[in-house]
Write a protein that binds this ligand. Structure first.
Ligand code: SF4
Length: 293
């Protein structure tokens, strides 16, 4: 079972739309499991036509600190607000108070006041496992509002996708990663067999792609690029192609600007099913990926 991860340096370049169509093209010939690891903004389920997420499982991958009555006896309690790197602790009339939205659960305060501070597990995400009408399973995760620990949530999603993949004898797991270079991206990319970077021909698109690819390079994972809306700025597309050549990264495909991309999104239909002529392009992209894998 191979894992293909789709990422982008910045949001809004068509990553999840691309992931939905690539999943469908792959599923025509192979058994796949799709994993939406964009836990801050999970949309892959919507793009695959799942309007309501039912039977969500609440999970806990993070801790928060709580003050108890023994804090009075802690000799270090005045130092607590200085030790917290996230400015989550304030002193109110000499008694520490913790802002739960700022607390990252690092545990530093508990080291100072082991008796007066408790670290409790919090339900920081919801996970969904479901079948799709396209014949494959989807695992999706949502970070709860104001919570942290997104990297660990991605690990749980990947583990569940792997378990389903083993059970269904899947050939591929397709991961829709978050945009950027943060914890959920690092957790998504880690242990992948191939990474598809999607960008658009703009200075910010290329700049952010460079940063995202540095994560991929760190893990020494082979990768390829998709240029979306390539015809909106052909000069800049050429710049991206030169960048790819310098980096020895293949351009897997170039997708033109097409208003039907947006229409497909509005209709919760993957692009290749909304506009059939994209079948050929996505089949070619799939073949390019498989030839490198
Ligand atoms: S657990 Fe860490 S982040 Fe939370 S209040 Fe304590 S020191 Fe601050």
């Amino acid at each position: 079972m191979k894992t293909i991860t789709i990422l982008s340096g910045k949001g809004g370049v068509g990553k999840s739309s691309f992931a939905a169509s690539l999943s469908i093209v792959l599923a025509e010939k192979y058994k796949i499991v799709a994993a939406d690891c964009d836990v801050d903004a999970p949309n892959l389920g919507l793009l695959l036509g799942i309007k309501k997420f039912k039977n969500l499982e609440k999970i806990s991958t993070n801790y928060k600190a709580f003050v108890n009555e023994k804090i009075i006896k802690c000799k270090n309690k005045d130092k607590l607000s200085d030790i917290c790197a996230f400015q989550a602790i304030t002193l109110e009339e000499g008694i520490p108070a913790i802002n739960k939205f700022l607390c990252e659960g690092c545990g530093a305060c508990k080291l100072l006041c082991p008796e007066g501070i408790e670290l409790r597990k919090v339900k920081n995400a919801k996970i969904l496992e479901t079948s799709t009408k396209y014949g494959f399973y989807l695992v999706s995760g949502q970070l709860e509002i104001g919570e942290s620990g997104s990297g660990k949530i991605v690990e749980v999603i990947k583990e569940k996708a792997k378990r389903i993949g083993e059970k269904t004898k899947a050939d591929f797991i397709v991961i829709d990663s978050s945009a950027g270079i943060g914890c959920p991206v690092i957790a998504s990319v880690r242990e992948s067999d191939f990474v598809v970077g999607i960008t658009e021909p703009t200075p910010s698109g290329l700049n952010d792609l460079r940063r995202a690819l540095s994560v991929v390079e760190h893990f020494k994972i082979p990768s390829g690029l998709i240029v979306n809306k390539f015809d909106m700025n052909k000069t800049f597309t050429e710049k991206i192609e030169r960048f790819a050549k310098e980096k020895n990264i293949s351009i897997l495909g170039k997708i033109p600007y097409d208003v039907r991309f947006v229409e497909a999104l509005v209709n919760l239909t993957p692009l290749i099913l909304y506009a059939n002529e994209y079948q050929n392009l996505f089949n070619k992209i799939k073949d390019n990926i498989l030839s490198i894998l």
